[in-house]
Design a protein around this ligand. Structure first.
Ligand code: GLC
Ligand code: CA
Length: 555
């Protein structure tokens, strides 16, 4: 394994709109991020992933790009971005941008040309098909609900959109489209970014039969499944992109790739894989039934453990993972994984310990290091997310009352992760002096960065210590083996990580009661319930939600 900078990376995901506002317009921006670099450095992270900050009508908060080479004015200017990149570099931090290559905005000049002129050379940049008898070309459902096809004017032609109507899918079959996208990637590498998180990349290939499927819902439509998710043939596109751009430029890439099978992992993240790494969805979506926010799966903690461990075993055989607990598409982890009465310092730090020492490059999502919780939403109007209405209406169609529907989707809503970062106990939690674009969590007087940084027993301080521990032995945590332990114990999440004789053990009591385990001898490097130091081998009574990182004695 040639040494690469990301072998020592601890990444932090920033949602620019909600991180820090610098000019009082209620919207986070690039200067705001730059001003918070010292905070990020104090936490110890060394790699930043910025969610989209490109020119966009912001229908899907920037995942609808109208100019790949421009900064949205609400986030600042290209100079602000260059300045942020330069400042990050001075602090030895790498910056990753979000590449949205499956679709553009419907306001992108390519699309505007494609739909306004049937002879346009950009027509073939998109997926346009004839309708049938006034109906769309097939019955595929978009990820955000409703048909995946939208009629072009009053013609009989339709364009495909896997997400919102305003996000037309690009036609990857067209080599000219691919060429343009690669040039954009080169352009950003030239500007000094270190790599990318790559959005929805596993649906760029569509099955060219465009066959209708047996309906899987009362709307008569069907989720296209493998007809667009890791559809055979995608390998050629991904290999070409790797060979044309990522490999020659030495870019770090993390793919948003749902549905990669264990036997495909080597192609995706192996030595010459399409990406450096990919995100594993098997455990973060464990609470959902068929992607429906309002149908909780009722998963057990044992199922969660099995999902995380199965993912690790598969990843370790093939390459490196990108463990994470939260992102901008998830609700907050204390709400997802803990009962309301269980949410406390111990349980939140235990959740941190649970995943942070897994193999690969860990990604912390903004606010996770504070133990931020879901927002107490009170009405549908408070939400911003374009994905909300379809989930809400589907819930009503499935027989939920308006109150039940609101409660169910409020729990899962992506906006839970997108409310402003809680900096201090000033008005609006120090996020803005203006009117915040999404409500500020009312708990900010208790849960905020300033208070937690001053408190040695806070979720923030625990995250800082975890980052330190990881960086002291970066190679072990990035690349070491993964061995589940105590699988027979109902409440214990435990695993060993190791590089030959150098081994650590992570033990978490995922339970609100005491659990007994026999621990081997070692040195407690970090715990949330007892002081660091030597541990004798023997039986231990773990406190509720106790978590430990132990360096094992050489046998
Ligand atoms: C990805 C993003 C999500 C966005 C979607 C469409 O899943 O993470 O936020 O809505 O792609 O671009
Ligand atoms: Ca602003």
């Amino acid at each position: 394994m040639n040494k690469q900078w990301w072998h020592e990376a601890v990444a932090y995901q920033i949602y620019p709109k909600s991180f820090q506002d610098s000019n009082g317009d209620g919207i986070g921006d690039l200067r705001g991020i730059a001003a918070r670099l010292p905070y990020l450095q104090a936490l110890g992270v060394n790699t930043l992933w910025l969610c989209p900050m490109f020119a966009s009508p912001m229908v899907d908060n920037g995942y609808d790009i109208s100019d790949y080479r421009a900064v949205h004015p609400q986030f600042g200017t290209m100079d602000d971005l260059d300045e942020l990149l330069a400042q990050a570099k001075r602090r030895n931090m790498h910056v990753l941008l979000d590449l949205v290559l499956n679709h553009t905005s419907d306001r992108h000049p390519w699309f505007e040309s494609a739909v306004s002129d049937p002879e346009s050379p950009y027509r073939d940049f998109y997926i346009i098909r004839r309708g049938q008898n006034g109906l769309p070309p097939n019955n595929w459902r978009s990820m955000f609900g409703g048909s995946a096809w939208e009629r072009i004017g009053d013609s009989n032609d339709y364009y495909l959109h896997a997400f919102a109507v305003q996000q037309p899918d690009l036609n990857w079959e067209n080599p000219l489209t691919r060429r343009q996208l690669y040039e954009i990637i080169h352009w950003w590498m030239d500007r000094g970014v270190s790599g990318f998180r790559i959005d929805a990349i596993c649906i760029i290939k569509k099955d060219l039969s465009f066959a209708s499927l047996p309906p899987d819902g009362p709307d008569g439509m069907a989720n296209p499944g493998e007809l667009w998710q890791i559809c055979p043939g995608i390998e050629a596109f991904l290999a070409e992109m790797r060979d044309e751009v990522f490999a020659p430029r030495g870019a770090f890439t993390v793919g948003e790739c749902d549905g990669v099978k264990p036997e495909q992992l080597a192609d995706f993240i192996g030595d010459n894989g399409f990406f450096t790494t990919i995100f594993d969805f098997s455990y973060t979506n464990i609470d959902l039934t068929e992607g429906k926010w309002y149908v909780p799966s009722g998963f057990t903690r044992r199922q969660l453990r099995d999902a995380i461990f199965a993912g690790q075993r598969a990843v370790c055989r093939s390459g490196h993972g990108a463990p994470y607990l939260e992102n901008h598409d998830q609700n907050r982890s204390p709400d997802k994984y803990l009962q309301p009465q269980e949410r406390c310092y111990e349980s939140k730090t235990m959740l941190g310990m649970l995943w942070f020492f897994l193999q690969g490059v860990p990604f912390i999502y903004q606010g996770q290091e504070l133990g931020m919780e879901n927002h107490p939403w009170s009405s549908l109007e408070e939400f911003d997310d374009v994905a909300m209405p379809s989930q809400y209406h589907a819930a009503l169609r499935d027989g939920l009352s308006p109150e039940q529907a609101l409660a169910a989707i409020a729990h899962r809503a992506r906006d839970n992760a997108r409310t402003p970062m809680l900096w201090d106990d000033c008005e609006n939690a120090g996020f803005t002096t203006g009117q915040p674009w999404l409500p500020v969590h009312p708990d900010y007087p208790a849960i905020n960065a300033a208070a937690q940084m001053a408190d040695d027993k806070s979720v923030w301080s625990f995250y800082r210590d975890m980052v330190k521990c990881r960086l002291v032995d970066a190679a072990l945590f990035y690349d070491g083996d993964f061995v589940p332990r105590f699988e027979e114990c109902e409440h214990i999440f435990a695993y060993e990580r190791g590089n030959g004789a150098s081994r650590v053990l992570v033990v978490c009591n995922f339970h609100d009661g005491v659990t007994e385990v026999r621990l081997p001898s070692g040195m407690l490097l970090l715990g949330n319930a007892r002081t660091n130091g030597a541990l004798q081998a023997g039986p231990y009574r773990l406190a509720p939600f106790e978590a430990m990182l132990i360096r094992l004695s050489n046998q």
